[in-house]
Every structure is written in C-alpha cells, then in structure tokens.
Design a protein around this ligand. Structure first.
Ligand SMILES: Cc1cc2nc3c(=O)[nH]c(=O)nc-3n(C[C@H](O)[C@H](O)[C@H](O)COP(=O)(O)O)c2cc1C
Length: 321
C-alpha cells in the first residue's frame, strides 16, 4: 500500500536514542516527529532543550520533524530559526498537548478554544517563519466542535499539513479516536490531513485507510511501542514470526546499553526502560509476572537480571490484532 508512516512524538519515550535504535532494528517508518520543545520567554533557549534534535544524535533517522510548544510569536520564531540553523526545513506546532498544566497557559490543546488568538499567532508566524510549518492538533480542548472554528483560520495560511488526533484535550487518551469527527474535518479543510490515533494493528490501519482513500500519511505512536513490527506489517513486509522474540531482545538490549552509555543516570535508565515495557508489555499478556519484576527493579543490575529472565522464558509475543 502506498502510504507513509510517521512515528508520533511521545515525550519521555520516542527520544533520539529510541528513534535511532528503533530505526536500526525495524523497517516501515518513513519519518518521525520529535517530542515537543517548549519555547522560553524573551527569545532565549537552553541548549539542553535542543539536544534531542541535534543532527549528530539523529543521523540514522530519516526526515525528523522537530516540534514546538508555544504561544508567543517572537519566541516561536526564535526557536524555529534555531531549528532552521540546525538544518531543519519544516517544524511542527503542537496544538494537541492535553495536560492541564500546559493547557491552562493556552499552550498545546489549550489554544484550541481561542481561534482569534490562533489567527493572530499565525499572522505573526507566517510573516517571518524561515521554513515550512505543520500543525498537530486535537478536535478541541473541551468539545470536538472547536476545530471547526479553526479550520477557516488555517485555510488562510500555507500550512504544510494538519495532523489530527480526533480526541479532545480533556479526554486525554480515554475513549476511542472519533473517526466520524475526523471525516467531518476532512470535508471542511483545504489542507492536507494526516490521520493519527489508535492505530494498533494492520486491520485497524486498513479500516482507516479504506475509509479515507485520499489520506496518504498516517502517524502512529503507541501502536509502534506495543508492536515495533507494525509499520513493516502495514507495508506488507513478510517476516518469520519465530524470530520475533530474538529480534525484540536485540532491540531491547541495544536500547538499554545505549541509554546506559549515552545519556542518563541509573534512575533515568530504569525509568526509560520501565516506560518502554508499559507499552511493549501489552503484547506479552502471558508474562505479567516477569514484566512486573522489571517494573519493580531499583537498579540497572536488578533490571538487567529481570530482563534476562523475561527473555529466557520465551513468552509468546501477541500484539493486538
Ligand atoms: C506519553 C505520551 C507522550 C506524548 N508526547 C507528545 C509530544 O511530545 N508531542 C505531541 O504532539 N504529542 C504527544 N503525544 C501524543 C502522541 O503523539 C499521539 O498523538 C497520541 O498518542 C495518539 O496517537 P496513537 O494512538 O497512535 O498513540 C504523547 C502521547 C503520549 C501517550
């Protein structure tokens, strides 16, 4: 099937290490969006915030798109310019973050009820932005009609694409992605749309792809974390399921090693790996006990021993179908 798959940004999960190791073990993902970088006031930037997107940390991953979280034109442009200096030709604006701490400040999904403010921001941003801009958004903050006041505003600007996750902000990740609402959005925008939300299996992907034959780009997040083979399955690539566990172990071991060596202290390493199992663990329904051991580990050594035990048990890999 002729589609492109974009790895979704998941703050705390799909960082540069994860993306790089993932790309060396699996196929099928065409692009990735990096987790958001927040703007700072008064046109400042702390270089640690850019670490995740510096090109040296992203040499293996194709088409990385950095993402900005912010609501001030000058600060937004300042950060976009820094990203362009680093070599990026496109940045994404986060209008979807559901967390109330963020939304209360009219950032992320907190911008969605304020179409006048969004119009003003777009006017200022498009007057000077040195690269192309896409927007990732939800249907609204409080209700799913908010997006319909924004679509005519978006239509006035040459936005690269709109990536729509059809839930509201207050919904967080509860309930189901509202595919009917996505269909209404598709009928009322002149922009290219990317579908994002709840694709966890080939069957689920095909249902969406059949319903929206004009959509060619799909963003997938949690589905890839739960089943790293999913993008290649969607692309119709054959594999030998007997090798799944060995391949997952190689991926896991390299991820763990890289976290140990590259970036983080002991708590960070086990924290990252526990996050990894929060999703991958869902595909091992018969291994709850040994996964719990990894999740309870308090040191790298304890974690590593628990992971070795887990893989030696040769549990069945049963991702959602
Ligand atoms: C833990 C977590 C962190 C996330 N971080 C970001 C982020 O930094 N930027 C963003 O636009 N979306 C973020 N998202 C939302 C995802 O990119 C995606 O839109 C959402 O998970 C729905 O897609 P999925 O059902 O394929 O996972 C995050 C989601 C989760 C669960």
């Amino acid at each position: 099937m002729g589609c492109e798959i974009i790895m979704a940004p998941l703050q705390g999960f799909t960082d540069a290490v994860f993306r790089d190791v993932y790309f060396r073990h699996f196929t099928g993902v065409d692009h990735a969006m990096a987790p958001f970088i927040s703007t700072m006031t008064s046109c400042r930037i702390n270089s640690s915030r850019l670490k995740d997107v510096i090109p040296e940390n992203n040499i293996h991953f194709p088409g990385l798109i950095p993402q900005i979280l912010g609501n001030d034109v000058r600060d937004f442009l300042f950060l976009a310019e820094k990203l362009v200096e680093m070599g990026y030709g496109c940045v994404n604006w986060n209008m979807g973050c559901p967390h109330s701490k963020v939304a209360r400040k009219k950032r992320g999904s907190g911008l969605l009820p304020h179409h006048d403010m969004v119009a003003e921001l777009l006017e200022g941003i498009f007057a000077a932005i040195p690269c192309s801009l896409s927007i990732k958004l939800r249907l609204g903050r409080h209700d799913s009609d908010e997006i319909f006041r924004l679509l005519p505003v978006f239509d006035k600007y040459p936005i690269d694409e709109l990536i729509v996750h059809p839930r509201t902000g207050v919904q967080m990740y509860t309930g189901k992605a509202d595919v009917d609402a996505f269909e209404r959005v598709a009928a009322r925008t002149s922009h290219t749309l990317v579908y994002n939300g709840d694709i966890v299996s080939v069957r689920g992907f095909e249902t969406i792809a059949r319903r929206f034959p004009d959509i060619t780009r799909f963003m997938i997040g949690r589905g890839i974390l739960a089943n790293p083979f999913l993008p290649s399955e969607i692309k119709g690539k054959d594999r030998d399921p007997c090798e799944d566990l060995d391949r997952l172990k190689l991926f896991h071991d390299e991820l763990f090693e890289t976290y140990c060596h590259k970036f983080y202290g002991p708590v960070h390493v086990t924290g990252r790996m526990k996050g990894f199992w929060a999703y991958l663990g869902q595909s091992f329904p018969d291994a709850r006990k040994s996964i719990k051991k990894m999740l309870k580990s308090k040191s790298r050594e304890q974690y590593q021993a628990a992971a070795e035990t887990f893989f030696s048990l040769k549990c069945s890999f049963l991702p959602p179908e």
